[in-house]
Design a protein around this ligand. Sequence first.
Ligand SMILES: Nc1nc2c(ncn2[C@@H]2O[C@H](COP(=O)(O)OP(=O)(O)OP(=O)(O)O)[C@@H](O)[C@H]2O)c(=O)[nH]1
Ligand SMILES: [Mg+2]
Length: 411
Amino acid sequence: MFGSLKKRLQDAVKKVSKAISEEKPVEEPSREEIPLATEERRFAEEKIEIKKEISELKKESEDILQDFEAPVKDNDYARQDEEKYPLDELREKEKEIVEEKERLDRVLEQENIRVEVPPKEKKRFLGGLIKKAVEKSLDEKDVGKISKELHLTLLENDVALETADRITEELKKELVGKSVPRTKIEETIKDALKASMLGVLSQERIDIESLIEGRDGPFLVMFLGFNGTGKTTSLAKLASRLKDYRPVLAAGDTFRAASIEQLEEHGRRLGMKVVKHNYGSDSAAVIFDAMKHASAAGSKLVMADTAGRSHANVNLMDELKKICRVNNPDLKILVLDALTGNDIYDQVKLFNDAVGIDAIILSKADVYDKGGAALSAAHTSKKPILFLGTGQNYGDLKEFDPEEIVNNLLE
Ligand SMILES: Nc1nc2c(ncn2[C@@H]2O[C@H](COP(=O)(O)OP(=O)(O)OP(=O)(O)O)[C@@H](O)[C@H]2O)c(=O)[nH]1
Ligand SMILES: [Mg+2]
């Protein structure tokens, strides 16, 4: 039943996670962020200071040398100045200046040599880089891409718009701001998607058997739905499953030709009592009779068939309300044909508004590949899907397990 949805979801998740994980891993780091850059800048500032110092020294040495050389030309001055500047001292001073100049020149020569960053600093910096390279912080933009792709995939697979919206909203909440190892992006998206789909699918569970056990008189299960969705067949399958409670079948569809015979045939095959009236008779009365019969016979279960109906059948919708008023069913099961696709939302709304439904059986899952119907049905009704109809035999009723389905979809 979920073949197409499974394949498309898997493809979509792969596609977006690949795109995100392959994005340029590290943005060009700003100078402020990186210790190495800070170190370089500090060095550049130092260089300017050194240059200033050199030019001052040069000027100083030129002045001194000038003073020193001048008196040589003029012996009088020389003699005078020798007193002022003792020659040895001048030579010594010149040597110092030249040495200092040479030292500063050597420092300047190293201008292109990288400043050695202390190993601890370097490690911290590299650690940051590696983290950026292997981890991806999912932002609004990334998650936007993911949810857009998945939203489309869900819609293409029959998921109702409201349901697809809800799933992708949940996904966004889960993913935005999450820091994920680049190798685990796909896994993370899958997990988030699983959680949001499970949130939609997992409605309160219903255990029919314990409900039946917990009831004093006969427990009344009523089947309702559009025309031809699989009500009568699903009723027979569930009756077969619950045969130990000796169900009494009520031929509540007094409207469609051959509906009574159809139920009688199931009763014959399953060895179960069928309570029937004539065609055109009051359906509420048939079910009421079946309840009486079950009470008298000590049966714990009545399963009532009803006619298929739609918005157009105003009388039949009123009849449904009357059946419920008169018989107050314990469990109203809406049978939905999985192939219905987008109309599921309307069908759920129609029956829920009219009489309120308690649970869903999704029939024809065996001939339906898209899978989205289940998500829409559970989400729009907020009721549990009890079973999937998986064929035309009595045994073809599979318990619906949301976790199994979601895990299978995204394994
Ligand atoms: N493949 C498949 N066919 C199903 C399933 N459930 C029902 N059908 C078939 O769907 C057709 C209609 O089934 P019914 O049980 O008569 O449907 P209904 O809702 O009672 O129909 P109406 O009483 O006319 O409204 C029949 O041919 C069934 O055999 C299912 O799970 N899988
Ligand atoms: Mg029927």
